[in-house]
Each structure stands twice: as C-alpha cells, then as structure tokens.
Design a protein around this ligand. Sequence first.
Ligand SMILES: [Fe+2]
Length: 212
Amino acid sequence: MVGKKRGYNTLHLTLASRGPAMKFDLDQLVSDCRKAVRENAPQAPISEILARSLSDRASLVSALGEPKRAEMQKLYQGSDLTILNVIWAPWMTLLPHNHKMWAVIGIYSGREDNIFWRRLPADSSRRLEAAGAKALCEKDTVELGEDIIHSVTNPIGRLTGAIHIYGGDFFGVQRSEWDAETFLERACDGDRMARRFEQANTFLRRTLSRDA
Ligand SMILES: [Fe+2]
C-alpha cells in the first residue's frame, strides 16, 4: 500500500492472479461486481473478482475478442459501476486525468504503465508533479482511490488490453485532464479522447503497413 501524500491518494497493487484459473464469463463478472459494489468497502472484493476474471486469458479473449485496435469498449455502464475493456495502441499515452470515483484496473494482455500525479499549490510554476509510478503486467490488478490523477502509457510494441472498473457512471461525471506540456487543467472532453484513440489507430495502421 502506498500511503497518502499531499493529494496522492491511496493505491493498492496486486501482482499477478491468486488461486487457480477460472473461465471468464462476462455476465458473471458484471453480476459479481454489481453485488460487491453494494458492500461497504467494495474495491477489495471487486479487485478479487477482477483477478479471477484475468486468470484464464484464453477464455477472456475468446469472450471479448483478441485486441485489434485502440478503443474503449463499454462492457457495463450504470449509476453503480462502469466496466470497460480498454485497448491501448503500441506506445500510446493518455494525458493525466482524474476519475472522481474509485477504480480497479486489471491487465489481461501486454503492459500498462501508470504515472500518478499530485496537484501543486496554485502559486507554483507547475500545476502537477509526478508522485509515483506503477508498471502493470498481465494479471496484475491495481486499486485507485477516488482522487487519483494518473496518466497511462502502453510502453510495448503491441496492443495492451485491460479491464477498468469504476465505482460509478464513468461517463456521467465532469472530470479533468491536464495538458501534456503546460499541465494546465481543463475539462475532460469525450470527443478529444476519442480522437486520441483514433490518432493512435492511424499510427498503428501506418506502422503495420510499413513493417509488412
Ligand atoms: Fe484513468
């Protein structure tokens, strides 16, 4: 556990899966998570549920499809939870952003590197500073506190697939992102994020055609 430091809220990393492999079942994942979210402290049980869901990669990929392009697939969206299949293009980076709700992330293919940021006082020359980092590999899960600010990079030359579970309606809240060069805070824009994924896909297509 990484303790709280000035705006750098808690996160908890679990390396690889626990226990025997379990066949992936999307309906079961959604059902189990919706049941767990009604508990007082739902992140830990949902992290366990997600870890079990990642334990059999072949059945997960059979159910969700082999990652082919960068995208965010909605597996479940409700007022209680959002569950996404997030696929990162090679070397793709997403700007620092917040969620305003807790999250649990688990990797089923590839790598996802997270930089965690904390806010700096308003009179500082910069608005954010890096506070920590975690490299997530296949079957790793991480629990993020509701005030976490992070940026995400896929550092490898192939697609990375991850299941992201959020403790509310991820698309129903006004969130922030921070400009990559100026670190200025601005409202998260769904269209801008969608363009970022399409830019990454364009880069991926060019790379694949160049290497063919
Ligand atoms: Fe995020």
